[in-house]
Design a protein around this ligand. Structure first.
Ligand code: ATP
Ligand code: MG
Length: 389
């Protein structure tokens, strides 16, 4: 029996004239994500996308798992391919739906006939298939109002399809359709969630990580890579830039008042990230900041970090509680990695009493002895690039 994955587009249907572009982007993303599972044909027709394995060895179960994580898909289902012939539809349906039907008590059939040349009308198809299922599974009853399961039959262009249950997709918009942005990624809980949240709205991601060896270890860097590869299961591949930050932090602790360490460090991160982001085609930065979570995330502190960036800083977690962030992080499977106890560059030079109500003027005064341009240039020159898939 031949089985396919059938995708009905959710939010994509709202996009009017852009719709074709969105669908093409989605198909490209699906192709990329399913490559190396075997030969497959992906095509669109009549507001649906068909994923049709071409060979026996295609890894169908793995394909389902991957499709579940692709943004731009609200729901999808596995479906059995039948000839456009009632005999074939009946016999294949009974076999295909066997395991589903054994576990339920009531069902109904819905039929849709896009090909009006098919000899039976939709109500006739429902009646015939309903009858066949009742005699094959005598414990079943038809309930048209509140069935345990609805069986869908569709008579389409080349074939008829019998669908089993719908599976919820990842939702959102196809990655790439909203442009590109750079996530400032630490090893913590928040920034991977922020990355995932924005990829969900169609952004392609680049990532920037500041590392402070020897204060931070190779394991901390590996942790960031693991987190990004988990995000990449949803967002597709991510270019990572690792920026050496040790010298900057040492210079800050040498030249600046202690209560401003964190703020000045964050201002340096923003300045550097913006330059790298412009180079890699990003139109915005993304951070995992949440209002009031720590001293450097009060509104006053955010004003002072925003002030040095000349591109929008997207902060999708700004209004979320830690609990909500943790819930998402568990759902996308980054939580267990995020809580591994490796030191982050921020924790190394934390002041005892960080400034919580800074102003731009106070920050500028506090960093007046810092050779800002020179430090930025050197850090960018020594940055290392890699690719996360
Ligand atoms: P997270 O859980 O993401 O580490 P956090 O609550 O620990 O966030 P901070 O350490 O203040 O908060 O960092 C705030 C944001 O700054 C992070 O969400 C991230 O976007 C960015 N950031 C922090 N440290 C780094 C780093 N070493 N490299 C790149 N970006 C960083
Ligand atoms: Mg952190």
């Amino acid at each position: 029996m031949k089985e396919i994955i059938l995708i009905k587009n959710g939010e994509l249907t709202l996009k009017g004239l852009n719709r074709a572009n969105f669908e093409d982007a989605l198909i490209k993303n699906i192709k990329r994500r399913l490559r190396n599972l075997g030969e497959v044909n992906i095509r669109k027709a009549q507001s649906a996308i068909y994923i049709e394995p071409k060979t026996e060895d295609f890894d169908f179960e793995e394909a389902l798992q991957r499709v579940k994580l692709i943004f731009g898909i609200a729901a999808f289902s596995r479906a059995c391919v039948c000839e456009k012939d009632m005999e074939d539809i009946l016999s294949k349906s009974v076999e295909y739906l066997k395991s589903t039907m054994e576990n339920i008590r009531t069902f109904k059939v819905e039929a849709k006939r896009s090909d009006k040349r098919f000899p039976l009308t939709s109500p006739e198809i429902c009646r015939e298939l309903g009858g066949a299922l009742l005699s094959a599974f005598p414990h079943l009853k038809v309930d048209v109002h509140n069935p345990d399961r609805t069986v869908f039959v569709e008579i389409r262009d080349f074939n008829a399809y019998v669908r089993a249950e719908q599976i919820q997709g990842a939702g959102g918009l196809p990655v790439g359709t909203a442009g590109t942005a750079s996530i400032l990624i630490s090893g913590g809980i928040d920034s991977p969630v922020a990355a995932w949240t924005m990829a969900k709205r169609g952004l392609r991601l680049n990532a920037i990580h500041f590392a402070s060896p020897p204060y931070t270890s190779k394991r901390a860097e590996l942790k960031v890579r693991t987190l990004l590869s988990k995000v990449a299961r949803y967002s597709g591949s991510i270019n990572l830039c690792i920026v050496p930050f040790t010298e900057i932090q040492e210079k800050i602790s040498e030249c600046c008042p202690e209560d401003f360490f964190t703020l000045i460090m964050r201002r340096m991160m923003m300045r550097i990230a913006e330059k790298i982001a412009r180079d890699n085609g990003s139109l915005a930065l993304i951070t995992g900041e949440s209002l009031g979570q720590v001293a450097s995330q009060t509104l006053q502190a955010l004003v002072t970090t925003d002030n040095v960036a000349n591109m929008p800083v997207l902060r999708p977690l700004i209004g979320m509680d830690k609990e909500e962030i943790i819930r998402i992080s568990r759902n996308i499977d980054t939580f267990e990695t995020s809580i591994l106890p490796y030191e982050d560059c921020c924790t190394v030079f934390t002041p005892k009493h960080p400034k919580t109500r800074p102003t731009i003027e106070l920050c500028e005064a506090a960093e007046k002895d810092l050779p800002i341009d020179q430090l930025i240039e050197k850090a960018i020159a020594e940055a290392e690039y890699s690719f996360i898939d």
